[in-house]
Design a protein around this ligand. Structure first.
Ligand code: 5GP
Length: 196
């Protein structure tokens, strides 16, 4: 990777860990970041902004897959999610907030991508956050179960693992990681042979 080339920062982690809030704050605080808007076939949640995703039907989503319109996409708990092929915005660094299968795809496509995996401080706190955003009992149970599979995979893939205990501290740590990566464009070599 040469100096000045935009970074791809992948923020991943189990549901309810606070990824959405984290990436929102990152792009608010760092004007050199932009957040990709994903497509999904899941229904809009009550109270969720209409622009949280591009909400699509399965047919629309599959039509876009067929024309190679996604950087990555996957099926997660019965719905499609995908990152549309990014249109670079000037020299801004791209932030993706995605689950681990998509994160794996991006790291395979782009070895210079930075993967930050976010963990909840505990399962109980994760559950509290999932309930707090209004997920139904069944969704909470599914997402907690799914987290057990996602965490070992995400931690093995990750360049950095951050525990989101205190939001402010998490944001500071992530801004420091991003700054470090900008200042060390050859850091990609450190990914090879890491022993996590
Ligand atoms: P939710 O339904 O809670 O909004 O999202 C479910 C999971 O899908 C979360 O882990 C979220 O990060 C992930 N996700 C959101 N957008 C994308 C995407 O474009 N691609 C992939 N692979 N996962 C996504």
């Amino acid at each position: 990777m040469s100096h000045g080339e935009p970074l791809i920062i992948v923020v991943s982690g189990p549901g309810g860990v606070g990824k959405g809030t984290i990436v929102e704050e990152l792009v608010k605080r760092d004007p050199k970041l932009w957040l990709s808007r994903s497509w999904t076939t899941r229904a809009q949640r009550v109270g969720e902004p209409a622009d949280a995703y591009v909400f699509a039907t399965r047919a629309e989503f599959e039509a876009r897959i067929a024309v190679g319109g996604f950087l990555e996409c996957t099926e997660f708990l019965g719905n499609y999610y995908g990152t549309p092929n990014p249109e670079p915005i000037d020299a801004l660094d791209l932030v993706l907030e995605i689950e681990v299968d998509g994160a794996r795809q991006v790291t395979e496509l782009r070895e210079d991508a930075v993967l930050i995996f976010v963990l909840p401080p505990s399962r109980a706190e994760q559950e509290r956050r999932l309930r707090g955003r209004g997920d139904a009992d069944q969704q909470v149970a599914e997402r907690l179960r799914k987290a057990e599979d996602e965490e070992p995979v995400g931690m093995a893939l990750a360049d950095y693992v951050v525990v989101n205990d205190d939001l402010e501290q998490t944001i500071d740590e992530m801004l420091a990681i991003i700054s470090h990566c900008r200042n060390n464009p050859n850091r990609v070599r450190t990914r090879v042979g890491r022993d996590q």
